[in-house]
Write a protein that binds this ligand. Structure first.
Ligand SMILES: Nc1nc2c(ncn2[C@@H]2O[C@H](COP(=O)(O)OP(=O)(O)OP(=O)(O)O)[C@@H](O)[C@H]2O)c(=O)[nH]1
Ligand SMILES: [Mg+2]
Length: 301
């Protein structure tokens, strides 16, 4: 029997848990079951109670207190502990049947997705061996990043880094679209959904900074603040262009739009996840048949 799931990842506050909750609600509205796994050992509140919660195994606050670690070191410790106790995760997942969408809510510490080699091992356990879950990564980046173009490319680079490190079906999502509604023209938005390195050349902020720099030079004064002295110089521009070019050369990252308040938007993202994991191919056409039979026999729902 196959199993199906999505691993919801992305930087801190990108909207991962909100997306998980909205997706579960959307699945329920469409009579599809979800199995919700929380792997964030610091998460406190949930719109839907997780079916499996890492806090029943280990909590970040206990680790920080008992091991005298900070939040990031503590999180890595929690994941190492999880990897040493994988039965806690794999045993209940063995029981999950193929109609379920397993939704795994991850923490937001970016080092987990970039350079700590824990996630590839976890993904391998979930996707191979006896569990054999058809798993798709859903990497969220919040749409407000598009206001600051260098920041957008830096976020896109982290998405690409996760794609390369995890080697699994992967979709990237621009979350919190409601926050940029009306602020970006559709034509411009397309250049973010399919990242265009020329966005940096056309950056209104850069042009403005350029002018500001010019004035500073005339006055022989430079603001000692980090943002103007380091983050707007020619080398910073060159670095950003190199990052954008790298992303373009790999041609791997494109984004889907997500507005969690909008059922159509959730439905569209879900259909990409379903396609990536081939969910529908495996489903027995039992429900429609039952419905036809029921209606033929005059059985009320
Ligand atoms: N306007 C708006 N706010 C959102 C949306 N999604 C999440 N938020 C808010 O953004 C904040 C972070 O949302 P979470 O869902 O907790 O984000 P997360 O990625 O799970 O955060 P961490 O687990 O801490 O990394 C919360 O205050 C949410 O209410 C959205 O689609 N639109
Ligand atoms: Mg969260």
């Amino acid at each position: 029997m196959s199993k199906y799931g999505t691993l919801v990842m992305g930087p801190a506050g990108a909207g991962k848990s909100t997306f998980c909750a909205s997706l579960i609600q959307h699945l329920q509205n469409n009579k599809r079951p979800a199995f919700y796994v929380n792997l964030d050992p610091a998460a406190e509140e949930f719109a839907f109670e997780p079916d499996l919660d890492i806090k029943d195994l280990i909590t970040l606050s206990d680790v920080m207190e008992e091991m005298s670690l900070g939040p990031n070191g503590g999180l890595i410790y929690c994941f190492e502990f999880l990897m040493d106790n994988l039965d806690w995760l794999t045993d209940p997942l063995e029981e999950v049947t193929d109609e379920y969408l397993i939704i795994i809510d991850m923490p937001g510490q970016i080092e987990l997705y970039t350079h700590v080699p824990i996630l590839p091992g976890l993904v391998k356990t979930l996707m191979r061996g006896s569990l054999n879950i058809n798993l798709c990564a859903a990497y969220l980046l919040e749409a407000t990043f598009i206001v600051d173009r260098p920041k957008f490319f830096s976020g896109t680079l982290s998405a690409m880094s996760a794609m390369i490190m995890l080697e699994m079906p992967h979709i990237n999502i621009l979350s919190k679209m409601d926050l940029v509604k009306g602020q970006v023209k559709n034509r411009d938005l397309k250049r973010f959904l399919d990242p265009d390195p020329n966005l940096l050349e056309d950056d209104p902020q850069r042009k403005k900074k350029g002018n500001d720099d010019g004035q500073d030079e005339v006055k022989g004064y430079r603001d000692p603040g980090l943002s103007s002295s380091v983050m707007s110089g020619a080398s910073f521009d060159r670095l950003n262009r190199a990052v954008a070019q790298l992303i373009d050369d790999f041609s791997m990252v494109s984004f889907l739009k997500l507005d969690v308040q909008n059922e159509d938007s959730l439905g569209a993202v879900l259909s990409y996840i379903d396609d990536a994991i081939q969910y529908h191919e495996a489903q027995e056409p039992k429900e429609p048949k039952d419905e036809i039979l029921d209606s033929a026999m005059g059985v009320a729902e």
